[in-house]
Design a protein around this ligand. Sequence first.
Ligand SMILES: OC[C@@H]1[C@@H](O)[C@H](O)[C@@H](O)c2[nH]c(CCc3ccccc3)c[n+]21
Length: 457
Amino acid sequence: MTTRGFPEGFAWGVATSAYQIEGSTAADGRGTSIWDTFAHTPGRVLNGENGDVANDHYTRYAEDVALMASLGVGAYRFSLSWPRIMPGGTVNQGGLDFYRRLADTLLEAGITPYATLYHWDLPQELEDAGGWPARDTAYRFADYAAVVREALGDRVKHWFTVNEPWCSAFLGYASGDHAPGLRSPELAVRAAHHLLLAHGLAAPVLREGDGLAGAAPNLYAVSPASDSELDLDAARRIDGLQNRFFLDALLRGSYPEDVVRDLAPFGFEDVVQAGDMELIGGPIDFLGVNYYSRHTVSAESDGGVVATSPFASASPWPGASHVSFVHGGRPVTDMGWEVDPGGLHEILTRVAKEYPSVPLYITENGAAYVDTVVDGEIDDHERLSYIEAHLAACHDAIADGVPLKGYFAWSFMDNFEWGWGYGKRFGLVHVDYETQKRTPKSSARWYGQISRQNGLP
Ligand SMILES: OC[C@@H]1[C@@H](O)[C@H](O)[C@@H](O)c2[nH]c(CCc3ccccc3)c[n+]21
């Protein structure tokens, strides 16, 4: 019974990423990624865990697709492993064959594939040649996009270029909590621009013919802890670095002046070359929005460390190291992130109101909670409630005129949660890593029902 229906054709999906679920990190010619290197470096991932096996999805993909179909979801957002497809810069048909098999299996099951080209697993040899701080990496990404389009474009029509450039740039090169684990704000601001340039170079390639493409930034609602001038400025800085830097570039083809000013001490002026912004702000068919929580910001000086790994270290916020993140008094998930569905409505209506009109997808939304298996069942009512509340916010946003076209729950199944390893579970489906047994949680069955009826009760 649906009282809150979603538009006809709304995409109900689940999401994952290659390094977090595939395993088989040396199979069929796959090369090394920066996350293979990072996870195998002692002290980088909790309990020394890594993605060598993960969910063994590389061999179990048909079982996983069948499970998705049995639940009733209609779309699947996954990522392509660049080092599987172009190890050492050469095309590896063994890697492409896996994604051809996966896409065919999805289509046969009536599930629409949405493929992300970059979800953080840069080929190590490109990192060795300078990584995202090096402009050439953006051009290598465009070459990779052409290979992917050629090999998979007959099966996949919906593409996301880069997942969360903020994370790759600022967690990878400023705080060091993510691969490649560097701590240089100068390198981070260069990486941020080149990740966007990579998007700008690749999008036209992916949009050739009947291809549809966008990017998937992570956006937060941002509030000052108080209305003091110092807190207002701290919130402005964080909103600028987290949201406006990416939204302005992607949707307006320019960087916000205040953020450019804040980043000047880190050499940001020298990174942008003539023609870059026209590429970055070039036409896209949709924008993905990854939303999890709200930042409440005050102007204290704990360096703005955000709990992105158990080894939270240097600040990921160049130009805003005087800030700190305070709890706004809301319930939190197992990640310590505040549950704030109102923030999702706020972000969606803001993007729709302040930026040129573009169709939107929620490309990630979900929650980690501690799951307990009782007689083979997992009653994850907190995760179900989190998703229900955020879907209600989506429904309200659509009613307010937001062109929202779909929602992808993060994540289809429990998986490798980066610096936290396997201890943080976001899945609608439980994974027993000893046996690789998949068990749908109560949220999975509920979400499948919502998908089938295209609406909330
Ligand atoms: O942390 C849950 C998911 C990750 O598993 C996804 O791979 C990634 O796209 C993603 N982004 C976010 C929000 C930004 C963030 C990422 C990682 C760690 C902390 C914050 C949350 N998530």
